[in-house]
Design a protein. Sequence first.
Lengths: 414, 163, 415
Amino acid sequence: MGATIIEKIIRNNTGKDVKPGDIVTVNVDRVMIHDIFIPFVASKFEEMGFQKLWDPDKVVLIYDHLVPASQVDDTRHFRVGNDFVEKYGMKNIHRADGICHQLMTEAGYVKPGNIVFGTDSHTTTYGCVGAFSSGIGYTEMASILGTGTMWVRVPETIRVNITGTLPKNVMAKDIILRLIGDLGADGATYKALEFAGDTVEAMSVASRMSMSNMAIEAGAKCALFTPDEKTAAYCEMTLTDKEKDLVGDADASYCRVINYNAEDFVPVMACPSNVDHVKPIAEIAGKEIDQVFIGSCTNGRLEDLMAAAEVLKGKKVAPFVKLIVTPASRKIYQQALENGTMAILAEAGAMITHPSCGLCCGRAGGILTDGETVVATNNRNFLGRMGTSKVGIYLASPRAAAACAVAGKIVVPE
Amino acid sequence: MEKFSGKVWVLGDDIDTDIIIPTEYLALETVNDMAPYAFSPLRPELAGQIQPGDIIVAGKNFGCGSSREQAPEIIKALGVKCVIAKSFARIFFRNSINNGLLLIENGELADVAKEGDTVAVSLNEAITYQGKEYPIAALPDNLMDIINAGGLVKAMRKLNGLD
Amino acid sequence: MGMTMAEKIIAAAAGVSEVIPGDIQTVTLDRLMSNDGTTHLTIDMYEKLKNPRIADVDKLVWIVDHNVPCDSVKTAASHKKMRDFAKAHGITFYEGAGVCHQLMMENHVTAGELIFGADSHTCAYGAVGAFGTGVGCTDYLYAMVTGKSWLLVPETLRFNLTGKLPKGVYARDLILTIIGQIGANGANYMAMEFGGEGLKTLNMSDRIAICNLCVEAGAKTALMEVDDITLDYLKAHGRTPKHVFKSDADAEFAKIYDINLSTIRPIVAKPHFVDSVVEAKKCVGTHIDEAFLGSCNNGRIEDLRAGAEVIKGKKVHPLVRFLVVPASQAVYQQALEEGLLQIFMEAGAIVMNPNCSVCWGSCQGVIGENEVLISTGTRNFKGRAGHKDSFVYLASAATVAASAIKGEIATADMV
């Protein structure tokens, strides 16, 4: 009997054959904590009575939601974080280098086959390199910090096969939005998603990242891609046989198999106020907008900024419309400076902020008010996420978002 | 088996963590500071109306979205006895168990329950509403262990020989 | 009897041949700038008027710069009010393009104009020989509706500059020295006028920095003699002077100061007053949590160059948050082209979009309880940058960058 990718990862970690529904204890390879939750993790950790971290090198602390601080209370989180780092001898800390999920893979903290937990729901992102990663709360994080272990229920797997060539105006974002629309916001709850097919093989790691990032919006526990040559290059490593074998076997058992032809995808948006409220852009075109946000751990990477720049080159953002660009990491910002992308975006009138969560987490970075509409490349459009509950948030690909910024209304990208 | 009853507040499907507690308030120092803002994007007055012992009844995918553990902690801080929903998002589910907030899955109650009515719960057995019984599933053993220990923090304190 | 520059500009705006200090004159304004600090209040008052009208919409410039990108539902609502009004009335409108005074200098102000701005640092416009002064939103509303306002003709303090600033000493150090010398109310109600041979050694960026900060000595306005540097700047930005006025040889000044630029040293203004100045050397070693390079005072390309020169190839101290915020989109683009943004990013700085940032103490980079900020911003008042119990030191771009590297106050020669 074959195994799915998640079954193989858990098997490799525990040394036991597992099947969906089994409850097992795994050894954790890496954990990520971000600035919003560090005070809570720190206090729970001490309340639990631990004296030291199980392995300080496996713990990564990243400041991203509160950078730069927009409220006086925010700096308390930095102080608590800095104290924690010093007290427990941590080395892996990033204070202003970008968004946690981008840095975890970009800075080499996560490798194929790893089991990783983070205090953020979009921790599913690291499935882009074939790692089992999932979001948890701060109490569980505190217990991992002390024990290095975590119980998980082995999930069933939904297999998604995509074959063929994507239309030029379609990005990975359109695929994952369509999938979430098809599955529903709870369609993959407790389950693993597994992506395969030549469309997926042809994708960059960055594109895969946009997809694994958003798996949580269908409720998924994780979302996995088989590590390949692109993964190896991205992770700056050579894949072992065990890592190459992180493939869903032909005779593996799936709870559901979904097949898509790449040619059938069209540019879509998730309409207010649920991520699974997905419509082809053509059906909602013409709606006037007030702001566009390009950024986040979903779509703040170099290829996303370049796709936006391709649309914006030689054009201007529409009058009275704001375009906010927030790259996902310092490295991406620097690459975009080097290759001319930032110059194009700035010339078009974009406000380019420092890499951080920015508007996506709704604390600063472009908050809106009643009656306003924003097209955004991030992962959530929940009620009140970016301001009042009367703000309309439309989630889209960077290409579509840039086209909307120029037009001042929702348009299908060319 | 434990039995209790309470007045219900009825919410819809996909009650996400940004509705339960918007990010804007997450840097407040304590969960009690945040509690007045619970559910504010949807029903700003609700946090002030909920009384200790009340029960929230909701549709599918309750607690979807972020990993913010303040979500179940705040619901608990408001005195909510339990949440009965058609289904729960997985991070919210884990966080609730770890904090000792009782969650009950039931596919029917949300469609019939009226706000202000009373429901009775027999833990791990059934809910009774308007004279009708709705069966509920028992929690797996490993989760009951955490609940019986009084939450994950207490379980870890025991592990570290503190309690 | 001769007149000063300030008197001549007011006389021209009032349509009279002569004014003397203490006169109250009714003047026609050339330009009216307002930003998101108070414009929503102006609009509220405007809408309550019986017969609301705008005297000359072409004179209005509205700029959203204080909370950009927007950081709260409240500011989002005031921005929307401002944007909708500007759109409906055809008012020149900027949002996110930079700090208001920088945008005014780049795009609007010219020599000899009389300008009201609903912001205290409007006196910056004196750098090109324009009479700019800060007003509240009630004064602004009256001027917007009538095109006119009243003005008390100020006395003038004259500053004769000689010599040249030593290397590593900046206009910021000069103006802080002057404010320290005359005190935070030393120029109350007065105009501060700058001239002399030494002025020719100061470029337009220096001049803006100097005039901008004169309000911290209480000045109503600041004015610099118009020279070739002024005319070249205006020409480069596609503008010609309205009037080129010079104080008459027999003009009467309230006081004349002679300042030799070569005697100026790096200066720091200590918490919580701008006139609480000491030589930077005396503050060396003071712990800092954050450093800020930006604002209408020191966010221009010259300032970014000075900061970049200090930090190039070095790293920001790991526990310091170093914010670099260009004063306008044009400055951002220039800095990008010159590779300065790359230097700051490489060093570990936080590079933000052009806006007022922490100088305004909200929106981005606010500091917490007992934290210390060293800043090129305009003010170090108690609580200005965040928590009421926090501390702000003001210094030049070079001193700020050096301090960011060290994690404590340091001068550029120490890194």
